[in-house]
Design a protein around this ligand. Structure first.
Ligand code: G6P
Length: 612
């Protein structure tokens, strides 16, 4: 999704902007551009495609400046062309924008009536013209932006510069993430702090509705017209933990980081085989009132929620519902008191999940209901973490590959910790059971390490997929969502059409698709459903389907003609979805590499979906 980087310094910031954009590439985009203010001029370059194209253009044109804004665009309004790439200019104003201006058409009509000529199909260009127009009635760039903001409907983050204002950069946050990187004698903005990590680890997080004016040495923030203070936080994230290291792709690196990421995530909550007393501090009172759980999430995070539903209901007898945020937010769901609303999101900024959360909070207040909110998230400083009562962090470190891997398995680990915590508070799980599951959680990194040893066998299976057009994934119980997740992984990075099904549904439709050409991936852990799953495998084989089975080493499932088996180390049924995520991730990864796709940045997709 779109990315913003901007800055004001003594030194030339051209390379900082380009490097910043490169660090945002993982978010997904289709064109890139930058504008620098230098000697009373706006110097702009924009290119379709990768940031490297922009970098080459900038090198050729030798443009430089110590005040500027840059952008990677993920097309929403208008095709990915150079004309539509940001920054957009009106007179002496240049603007970059993330998000969507919903009323842009009406604003555009008004501006055209005033004689403004549009050179792009974007919604963003209206902002440039509006600021330009507002400057007719005020000499202050800040004041002009303040006049424009109330006219804009939608979600947006903006970076704005002007040739006559070479000592200031104006930024706005309204529904789209924006962070200020605080330097010494220089200041920066970005939609993602990762872009700025090479130059600072001190960040100021704007609140929704904030407008800020940055100079080299000062940052003034305004909310509702008043000057406000926003704290500066120091991050301990280092530049190196966001690099590819020895791995060919971020995705592969992140798959291999899972044992450590899980270890980190559980360490924050466990003391030996007991939950630490300070884990989710002060939540006891709220959790004891909870009578049901409502999970809201999108994409891979939604699949994590689906697994948690099995856990909440089976392990602690607590009703749990899970819903895709984009549906939940628009269907006027009944908000019920004594409910814990759980947002699951690796980024903490997904537009639909955030909107569903805010809507729930608003409606609960209106109805006078007592609801509790909690976020499971990989970004400590994200909007969701800040806006929910409680947060449980997945300590996976930055995840760059668009296809989520370590963020997903750490979400599962965190969800299990939450189940145990609520179960303990509500006395609905025994100490022995808690100890049993926590000891298995501690063992999990080792089981995953052993599963990763099967990488070469999985690569050999992947070689059989390169020419395939379609694929089915089947699982039962908590591995049904892993079948969905496996299908999602395969389609998003290899572009093979894939579908996940609960194996029990096979006869109700998908079996009609099974023939010699249809690979069927089976998830077969050692659980109560194993015999039923074996019958489903027979049904596929009887129709000529080719089976690719990830099976427990003790399952008794063996390789044979048109049945390829990779044996997964034995793991308890309850934690098996965490372990079975790994082979499906590796399978998708290898198929994608063999098919030559852009594994870390698959076409048309974005890491952090900050528009709906
Ligand atoms: C995008 C990402 C997915 C992610 C989904 C939800 O589609 O590519 O990896 O699962 O958004 O994002 P969230 O940050 O809320 O988990």
């Amino acid at each position: 999704m779109c990315g913003i980087v901007g800055g004001i310094a003594e030194r030339s910031i051209t390379n900082i902007l380009i490097e910043g954009l490169k660090r945002l590439e993982y978010r997904g985009y289709d064109s890139a551009g930058l504008a620098l203010i230098n000697a009373g001029q706006v110097l702009r370059e924009r290119r379709v495609g990768k940031v490297i194209n922009l970098a080459e253009a900038v090198e050729t044109s030798h443009i430089s400046g110590s005040l500027g804004i840059a952008h990677t665009r993920w097309a929403t309004h208008g095709k990915p062309t150079e004309e539509n790439a940001h920054p957009h200019i009106s007179g002496n104003v240049a603007v970059v924008h993330n998000g969507i201006i919903e009323n842009y058409q009406e604003l555009k009509d008004d501006l055209e009536a005033l004689g403004y000529v549009f050179t792009s199909q974007t919604d963003t260009e209206v902002v440039a013209h509006l600021v330009n127009d507002a400057l007719k009635s005020t000499p202050s760039l800040l004041e002009a932006v303040r006049q424009v903001v109330p006219q804009l409907k939608g979600a947006y983050a903006l970076g704005i510069v002007h040739t006559d204002h070479p000592n200031e950069l104006i930024t706005v946050r309204e529904g789209s993430p924006l962070v200020i990187g605080v330097g010494i004698g220089e200041n920066f903005i970005s939609s993602d702090q990762l872009a700025l990590l090479p130059i600072t680890n001190r960040f100021m997080y704007l609140e929704e509705g904030d407008i800020a004016r940055l100079t080299r040495t000062s940052i003034e923030v305004f909310a509702n017209g008043n000057r406000v203070e926003r704290p500066v936080k120091e991050l301990d994230a280092t530049v190196s933990n966001a690099s590819k290291g020895e791995y060919k792709h971020y995705m592969l690196k992140e798959i291999y980081e899972q044992p450590e990421a899980i270890q980190q995530t559980i360490s924050q909550a466990l003391n030996g085989n007991a939950l630490r007393p300070d884990f989710l501090k002060n939540a006891e009172v709220d959790f004891s009132k909870i009578q049901q759980i409502q999970i809201i999430a999108c994409g891979t995070s939604y699949h994590a929620g689906m697994i948690a539903k099995y856990w909440f209901e089976q392990l602690i007898d607590l009703p749990c519902q899970v819903e895709i945020a984009s549906e939940f937010r628009y269907r006027s769901p009944v908000i019920v008191g004594n409910t814990l609303y759980v947002c699951i999101s690796q980024s903490g900024e997904t537009a639909d999940t955030l909107a569903a959360l805010r809507d729930t909070q608003k409606r609960a207040v209106a109805k006078g209901l007592d609801v509790v909110t909690l976020t499971i998230c990989n970004v400590a400083t994200s909007s969701m973490v800040r806006e929910t009562n409680y947060s449980l962090l997945t300590l996976a470190g930055p995840e760059i590959g668009v296809a989520s891997t370590k963020a997903f398995t750490t979400q599962l680990a965190a969800l299990m910790l939450l189940v145990l915590k609520i179960g303990q508070v509500k006395n609905s799980i025994s100490t022995e059971q808690v100890e049993q599951i926590t000891s298995e959680l501690w063992h999990l990194p080792k089981v995953i390490l052993n599963t990763l040893q099967h990488n070469d066998s999985i690569l050999r299976l992947a070689e059989l997929f390169t020419e395939k057009q379609h694929c089915l994934f089947l699982g039962r119980g908590t591995n049904f969502p892993i079948a969905l997740e496996g299908a999602l992984k395969l389609k998003e990075i290899s572009y093979i059409h894939a579908e996940g099904y609960a194996a029990g549904e096979l006869k109700h439709g998908p079996l009609a698709l099974v023939d010699n050409e249809m690979p069927v991936v089976i998830l077969a852990p050692q659980d109560d459903m194993l015999d039923k799953l074996k019958s489903n495998m027979e049904e596929v084989q009887a129709r000529g389907g080719e089976l690719f089975v990830f099976a427990d080493v003790n399952s008794g499932i063996k390789g044979k003609d048109r049945q390829h088996v990779v044996h997964v180390p034995n793991v308890s049924a309850v934690l098996s979805p965490i372990v079975y995520s790994v082979p499906v991730q590796l399978l998708s990864y290898h198929v994608a590499v063999l098919r030559g796709t852009d594994v870390d940045q698959p076409r048309n997709l974005a890491k952090s979906v900050t528009v709906e």
